[in-house]
Ligand binder design. Structure first.
Ligand SMILES: Cc1cc2nc3c(=O)[nH]c(=O)nc-3n(C[C@H](O)[C@H](O)[C@H](O)COP(=O)(O)O)c2cc1C
Length: 283
């Protein structure tokens, strides 16, 4: 289960996806057992997030429209990082932004106080009419190149699966200096309020419904030349193992922890059995 990724030793291949476990300061038995945590997304300025409803349960997943609520990079550096450093796991800070300057600023401000960064490029570029950075190879590559100049720590880029070819974007990010690719972020989705005859929520779909699509995306980028962290709908060790077969070096678990915060412990145990079987078979 142990793996060396981006020059860093991870105690196992099950990681916690961004946004579902806050900063990982609660449920320490879980956070200390996983290979790494991707923190909640951090922006240059504090954000209150979106008004309710922010979450809607679907038949096999959930739609969220949280809106990147977070205390901003200054508060994060002063108050959260010192606590994160006490955890017995690796910390990758998920960075979000609405301009390239914002990404660059947060990476520079955090410096080398953590184990690495995950750039969430699913955010809209406000200077380009709101198209997400990750939907355009040139914009994605510019964000990565600018962040690259500000850090020597591992730089993972998290891809959006929405309305773009993840392989084209992944190649551009690797050329610009990304050390790893994580995917997928949530999938565009809408739920309707039939009484009001209008949308109730439009946001990102996660959970088991997106797993087959996530596996497709991971398999599509598998030869991009850097390690891949696969995620999307993982609820069991078998799901995690399928992502490894699709080309991921490690996996991240997301929405399932909102239902069962201890799910990562079970997934680690189950995945171990699959890897043990594989090693036995290979001998
Ligand atoms: C409530 C919620 C908040 C999220 N916040 C972030 C975030 O801040 N940054 C990010 O890159 N991804 C965020 N994600 C996406 C997850 O990290 C993950 O990519 C996605 O949910 C797919 O995995 P899952 O199906 O296992 O949940 C969030 C997902 C959920 C459900």
């Amino acid at each position: 289960m142990k793996i060396k990724l981006f020059g860093t030793h991870l105690k196992n291949r099950v990681l916690l996806a961004s946004g579902v476990f806050g900063f990982g300061l609660k449920f320490k038995r879980v956070t200390n057992s996983v290979g790494a945590i991707f923190t909640k997304g951090i922006t240059a300025q504090p954000r209150k997030g979106n008004p309710p409803p922010r979450i809607y349960e679907t038949s096999s997943g959930m739609i969220n429209w949280v809106g990147l609520e977070n205390p901003g990079v200054e508060y994060f550096c002063t108050n959260i990082i010192p606590q994160l450093k006490k955890l017995k796991t690796r910390i990758f800070v998920n960075i979000a932004g609405f301009t390239m300057d914002e990404y660059e600023h947060s990476v520079e401000r955090i410096g080398d106080t953590v184990d690495g960064f995950e750039l969430n490029i699913s955010c809209p570029n406000v200077k380009e009419g709101g198209i997400a950075f990750g939907q355009n190879a040139k914009m994605a590559s510019m964000v990565v190149a600018r962040a690259r100049k500000k850090t020597r720590l591992p730089l993972i880029v998290k891809l959006t699966p929405n309305f773009c070819d993840p392989l084209v974007i992944a190649k551009a990010c690797v050329e610009a200096g990304a050390d790893g690719i994580s995917l997928i972020n949530t999938v565009y989705a809408t739920a309707y309020d039939i009484k009001k005859r209008k949308p109730l929520i439009t946001g990102g779909l996660s959970g088991p419904a997106i797993k087959p699509f996530a596996l497709y995306c991971v398999n599509r980028v598998r030869n991009v030349g850097v390690p891949i962290i696969g995620m999307g709908g993982i609820v069991s060790g078998q799901d995690a193992y399928e992502f490894l077969l699709a080309g991921a070096s490690a996996v991240a678990v997301g929405s399932v922890v909102l239902r069962d915060p201890y799910a990562p412990l079970r997934i680690i145990k189950e995945l171990k059995k699959f890897i043990y079987q594989e090693t036995k078979h290979a001998r």
